[in-house]
Write a protein that binds this ligand. Sequence first.
Ligand code: GTP
Ligand code: MG
Length: 215
Amino acid sequence: MMAQTKMLMGTVVEYKELMMMYACAIKEVRTKFDVLNTEFKIRYQRNPISSISTRLKRTASITDKLERQNFPFSLESIEKNVNDVAGIRVICSYIDDIYTIAEAFLRQDDVTLIAQKDYIAHPKPNGYRSLHLIISIPVFFADRKKDMKVEVQIRTIAMDFWASLEHQLKYKQEIPNQPEIISQLKECAEIINATDEKMLDIRHQIEEIADAPTE
Ligand code: GTP
Ligand code: MG
C-alpha cells in the first residue's frame, strides 16, 4: 500500500512536470507568433494577427481521450497519443494572413511539422473552416532539452465566431430542430466564407490604390 501510494505520488509529480513543460511549449510558440505579428506590423503597417489564445488541456479531457481511443494511461502514452495537450489559437483578420503566418512559422528551423489539416481548402461537412497544425518544438529546461507537441489552429475572426457557436451545439444533448440548426449553421459558414473572401478582395483593391504611383 505504501509503495503503491509512493508510486502514485511519484506519477503525480511527473504529471505536473509534464504539464509544466507543455505550458512552456505554449509560451515558446506564442512568442513566435507575437514576433511575426510585430515584424509584419512594421513592414506592412497592419497586424495580420488579431488575437491569440492558448489553453492547456484539462486532465479530465486528457484521460477521456485516452480512454475513448483505448490508449494506455501513462505519461509516455499522453506524449505519444495526445497531440493537443498544448493548444494555441491564432486569429487572423484575413484568409491570406493565415497562410502567410503559417508558412513563416513553419519555415523556422526549430519548428517540426508533424501533421497539417487544411479545413479552409477542404471544409468539414458541417462548414467548419480552420488551418490545423500539429508541430513539435524543442523547449530548453535547466538540465535538458525536450521536444514538445503543440496544436496550432489558425483561422479568421469570422471563422472563429462561427466555430464558437457551432461548438455550443456539441454540448447540448437534445435539441429540438437539430437538423434545422445544422443546416442553418452550414448556410452561415458559406456566407461567412463569402464575406471573408470579399473582405480580402476589398483589401487588395485598397492596397492597389495605395500602391499606385502618384504624380
Ligand atoms: P480532436 O477532435 O481534438 O480529438 O482531434 P481530431 O483528431 O479530430 O483533429 P481535428 O484537427 O479535426 O480537430 C482538432 C480540434 O479542432 C478540435 O478539438 C476542435 O477544437 C477543433 N474542431 C475540429 N472540428 C471542429 C468542428 O467541427 N467544430 C468546431 N467548433 N471545432 C472543431
Ligand atoms: Mg482537441
